[in-house]
Design a protein around this ligand. Structure first.
Ligand SMILES: [Cu+2]
Length: 275
């Protein structure tokens, strides 16, 4: 910013001593002028950020998990691996003790501002594994600056087939016991989690959410989630589960500086999870 000064010599400044004093004053003002006036906004400090937490609970009597492949079933493909044990469905996992629902995505569809601490992902790879003909994890979140590294613990072949709404779908074969992994870039943010499947073993399904910011969480075994380091402000979170779909399309939350807003129990009626 340019600072301009205009002045005229007044009769008093014709006095040599007064003139020297005035010149010294102008000089000081000229040197100090960059420090006066509008200054850059100070960097946000820790006090400008807060968090949100909560717990997704199943409101009703939890159903038993469906067994997708029974132990010893020789009719399935690769039974020595895939039917080594009962394989329960992962599409609705409820903790019997708390009725917490696992694998619920809680996220901001878009983030207007990101904490300087989270601008770039700390790790560039998120592991997506396969074990006993199941995807691990079943629900995965990655940012657009990360790659999802697909690997396998199984001796049989699997394939990974993604069905994003905006990004490029991929479909490739993974050789048995591939621990190096195949990195999958996901360049575009998605509006909702999308399905990932193995076409060789049709029960194998998982869900990936890709966003271009860090503000997402996946509920744990007790249904709990937490998102930290959000700029203080008002938000609308999307709460999404593969069977219930939008539990909340726009859950309003106010995040206060230096605090975690605990939403407590978010009860979801059993009927919402009907297939
Ligand atoms: Cu498979």
């Amino acid at each position: 910013m340019m600072h301009q000064f205009s002045f005229t010599l007044t009769p008093a400044i014709c006095n040599p001593r007064a003139r020297r004093a005035a010149i010294a004053g102008w000089l000081w003002l000229a040197l100090a002028s960059p420090l006066i006036g509008p200054q850059p906004v100070a960097a946000a400090d820790d006090d400008n950020f807060g968090g949100v937490s909560g717990q997704i609970l199943f409101d009703g009597d939890p159903p038993a998990r469906e067994i997708l492949v029974k132990s010893g079933d020789l009719k399935v493909k690769d039974p020595a691996i895939c039917a080594a044990a009962d394989l329960p469905g992962d599409d609705l996992i409820i903790d019997p003790a708390t009725k917490g629902v696992a694998n619920v995505f809680v996220y901001l569809p878009k983030a207007a501002a990101i904490s300087p601490r989270l601008k770039a992902s700390a790790t560039k790879h998120v592991v997506f594994d396969q074990k006993g003909c199941r995807f691990v994890p079943h629900a995965l979140f990655a940012r657009t600056d990360q790659r999802v590294t697909v690997m396998s613990n199984d001796e049989c072949q699997h394939n990974t087939h993604t069905l994003p709404k905006r990004g490029q779908p991929i479909n490739f074969l993974l050789t048995g016991l591939n621990r190096d992994g195949i990195p999958v870039p996901n360049k575009l943010a998605e509006p909702t989690p999308f399905e990932v499947k193995c076409d060789i073993h049709p029960w194998m399904k998982a869900w990936w959410l890709i966003l271009d910011h860090p503000y997402a969480a996946i509920s744990d075994a007790a249904g709990k989630f937490s998102i930290t380091d959000l700029p203080a402000g008002d938000y609308e979170f999307r709460v999404w589960h593969e069977r219930a779909h939008d539990i909340h399309r726009a859950l309003k939350v106010t995040v206060a500086a230096g605090k975690t807003t605990d939403l407590g129990a978010i009860k979801v009626p059993a009927a919402a999870f009907k297939n």
